[in-house]
Write a protein that binds this ligand. Structure first.
Ligand code: 3HC
Ligand code: NAI
Length: 693
């Protein structure tokens, strides 16, 4: 028998166990083993087959590492068809996460029993795919068309109980799963149960017709803008309930293979693995004993401090927020309370959870409370001296071994650490706004940060639902550093003749959630202005961020003042072009002697993207970013970069590093060498044909 699939007998029952750690993905060996087991069960005198998995989970899906390689027989849909066709009852025992091809395998069985903690889902859409092993045919037969469409286009798993309520599983057990599954099988045999192939169920199509499917596609074009997989899922589902199974299977297979080779799926698979790679620690941190983190302090309860505190409390941790005076403390508490109350008003939170969360938050002005903390996250004003002063105070108060973290966006973490007598305990935890929602956390390792501090914070990040990426110290770390050339080029293009609407329009068409001018207006143009003003290394170039600076000097800070690059209705987010701004830019260009011209959307995208990519290559060269895929992860999760493009570095590799380099060289010719010197790493990889490291 195969190494990954075993076949044993328990009296009249055949027990087929898949054991392919870590998540029992249906690799070629599993598919072949399963088919062999099915054939054996057809031939022997067993009366029913129980399918289960060893280890931490039921099958969590097809083996993603096989996608994009030549397909290896037997194909999963064929194996599952054979399972469904078995002339004896097939009972599937589900624990852990039955996802994608895993749930499809379960649906190809005849009866399903699930552990009460199990989760079931069809997350293929998150990988730019559709359920390609019969899921689009079987799910609607078991649970109805609408709920299955939701499961497939949302991609989120549901609980065992919800699966039972929807018809996806027959029984949920709190007891040990395998004995319960064997007992269930015997009970079925005793009751004279026969095979119950899902294919034989007639789908219920009340009110569901061609127009209904078309309307769903239209809605998904809006809610899942720029994505192909959700559209194909609706198509496959329609085929699945309208065509004979064999024909539906054939056409669905074609669509699946088309999606596998799409850029969308390659990009989303790249980000899936990027997330897992980024979680891997450098060698010196891997085996470090983790420090205990239970009591957490947050300094500053402003925009970020409040969000960070909410994230900890939402994850079940107790948090003490310190503010400067009673009024600021009251504002911080109100910020937290009102955010959660708004969630409750929308039905996303119940009273009991709200009360529990509030119990975990304490807001105070008593700095000495930091003495008991295992971790303190500083989120006060963005000013080096102010931060150094506060780290000096933390050094005096905190217990030995406490981790001292800063949420600084740009300041030199090593200079902050130097204000303490324990730089090994100092680390950066760079959150993104809103900190209770945004998944990304840049974990900044200083020159002296201890390996166990890095390991502890990386683990903690995952514990509180963040996606961490470990980066080094430089101005702006990885994400904000790369944003500077991106913003610089956006503003150069304004002087050269593009309007804010053209720049934003081109980038939004490219897939960015918002263009750079609109983002500036949202974040507040005063923020960037202050950050730039405090830089001692500003380039001696009057064009550098000139438009943003002028707007800030005029008190046009963006949405919060009703005017920035655009105009806004009081309190509104809807932007309107402002002819006065366009005139102001023209006048300033004339004053600076910048010739204006018509600028194409292609040039806008190339200037912004390639400036950013070149800076990303430099961050790699300098070891500030560990991997190109970390940069992609950072951009997809912290900066609204279109996931379907996989991140800026994958985008550059999709275009071709040689072509990117050629354009950078052309810009160097056209615009001068100051900003367009290609990174040595880019030159090397483009010449050798290697991928970015
Ligand atoms: N194929 C190959 N490898 C997989 C995998 C898969 N489907 N799922 C997980 N892995 C690997 C991970 O890359 C990781 O490898 P590493 O240790 O070398 O980095 C390892 O398994 C453990 O994964 P996680 O670190 O993610 O473990 P967690 O316990 O945090 O999460 C999980 C487990 C919830 C199963 C999560 O891994 C997950 O969501 N996996 C993807 C599930 C999925 O998308 N399934 C659908 C696949 S597409 C499909 O089935 C097509 C079908 O319709 C034909
Ligand atoms: P904010 O101005 O909203 O909040 C700062 C808070 O700190 C204020 O409430 C202030 O009263 C309090 N404070 C000041 N000195 C203090 C002290 N000594 N002790 C206790 N509290 C003190 O600022 P915001 O936006 O929350 O930024 C905080 C930090 O987070 C900055 O370093 C910023 O660069 C960084 N950051 C900001 C992001 C953003 O999008 N706003 C994103 C990522 C990081």
């Amino acid at each position: 028998m195969s190494q990954t699939v075993s076949y044993t007998r328990d009296g009249e029952l055949a027990v087929v166990t898949i054991d392919n750690p870590p998540v029992n993905a249906t690799s070629q060996a599993v598919r072949a083993g399963l088919l062999e087991a099915i054939n054996r069960a057809v031939a022997d005198d067993s009366r029913a087959l129980v399918l289960c998995c060893a280890g931490r989970t039921f099958i969590a899906g097809a083996d993603i590492t096989e996608f994009g390689k030549p397909p290896l027989a037997p194909a999963l849909p064929d194996v599952l068809d054979a399972l469904e066709a078995l002339p004896k009852p097939v009972i599937v025992a589900i624990h852990g996460t039955a996802l994608g091809g895993g749930l499809e395998a379960a649906m190809a069985g005849h009866y399903r029993i699930a552990d009460s903690r199990a989760k079931l889902g069809l997350p293929e859409v998150k990988l730019g795919l559709l359920p390609g092993a019969g899921g689009t045919r079987r799910a609607p037969r078991l649970m109805g068309v609408k709920p299955s469409l939701e499961l497939m286009t949302g991609g989120a798993p549901i609980s065992a109980e919800a699966a039972r309520a929807s018809g996806l599983v027959d029984r949920v057990t709190q007891d040990a799963l395998l004995p319960a599954a064997l007992a269930y099988a015997r009970e079925l045999l005793a009751a004279g149960a026969t095979p119950r192939p899902t294919a034989a169920i007639v789908p219920v199509l009340d009110g569901i017709d061609t127009a209904w499917f078309a309307a769903e596609k239209t809605a998904l074009r809006k809610s899942a803008r720029g994505r192909t997989a959700p559209q194909r899922i609706v198509d496959a589902l329609e085929l699945g309930v309208t065509l004979p199974p064999a024909e539906a299977a054939l056409r669905t297979r074609e669509m699946f293979l088309e999606l596998v080779s799409s850029t969308e799926s390659k990009a989303l698979r790249h980000l899936f693995f990027a997330e897992r790679e980024a979680a891997k620690l450098p060698a010196d941190c891997r085996d470090a004993t983790r420090r205990t983190v239970e009591r957490i302090g947050v300094l500053g309860g402003g925009t970020m401090g409040a969000g960070i505190a909410m994230n900890f409390a939402e994850s079940g941790l107790h948090v003490t927020v310190i503010e400067t005076d009673d009024a600021a403390a009251a504002r911080a508490l109100e910020r937290i309370r009102s955010t959660w109350q708004a969630a409750r008003a929308k039905g996303r939170l119940d009273d009991a959870t709200l009360a529990k969360r509030l119990e975990r938050v304490r807001v105070s002005t008593e700095f000495s409370l930091m003495a008991d903390m295992d971790l303190v996250v500083e989120a006060i004003f963005e000013n080096l001296q102010v931060k150094q002063e506060v780290f000096g105070r933390l050094d005096a108060v905190c217990r030995p071994g406490a981790i001292l973290a800063s949420n600084t966006s740009y300041q030199d973490l090593d200079a902050i650490a130097a204000a303490t007598s324990r730089p090994a305990d100092v680390i950066g935890m760079h959150y993104f706004s809103p900190a209770n929602i945004m998944k990304l956390l840049e974990v900044v390792r200083g020159a002296k940060t201890a390996p166990d501090v890095v390991a502890t914070v990386m683990d903690l990040a995952r514990r509180v639902g963040k996606i961490p990426a470990l980066v080094g110290v430089c101005y702006g770390f990885v994400g904000n550093r790369m944003l500077i050339p991106y913003g610089r080029e956006a503003q150069m293009l304004l002087l050269e003749g593009a309007t804010p609407s053209q720049v934003d329009g081109a980038m939004e068409e490219f897939g960015m959630a918002m263009g750079p001018c609109a983002v500036g207006d949202l974040a507040g143009l005063d923020v960037g202005f202050r950050a730039r003003s405090s830089r001692s290394d500003r380039p001696d170039d009057p064009r550098w961020f000139r438009v943003g600076d002028m707007l800030a000097e005029q008190g046009r800070f963006g949405q919060k003042t009703g005017a920035g690059f655009y105009l806004y209705e009081a309190g509104g987010r809807e932007r309107r072009p402002d002819p006065a701004v366009e005139q102001m830019i023209r006048d300033e260009a004339a004053r600076l002697g910048v010739a204006q011209r018509a600028i194409s959307a292609t040039e806008i995208v190339e200037r912004l993207m390639y400036a950013m990519v070149n800076e990303g290559c430099r961050a790699l060269e300098e070891g500030i970013a560990q991997r190109a895929s970390d940069i992609d992860l950072i951009y997809a999760n912290g900066y609204g970069f279109p996931a379907v493009r996989g991140g800026p570095m994958m985008y550059a590799q999709t275009v071709g590093l040689g072509d990117v380099l050629a354009r950078i060289r052309a810009f160097r010719e056209q615009l001068g060498p100051r900003y367009w010197e290609p990174s040595a790493l880019l030159v090397r990889c483009a010449a050798s044909g290697e991928s970015l490291p």
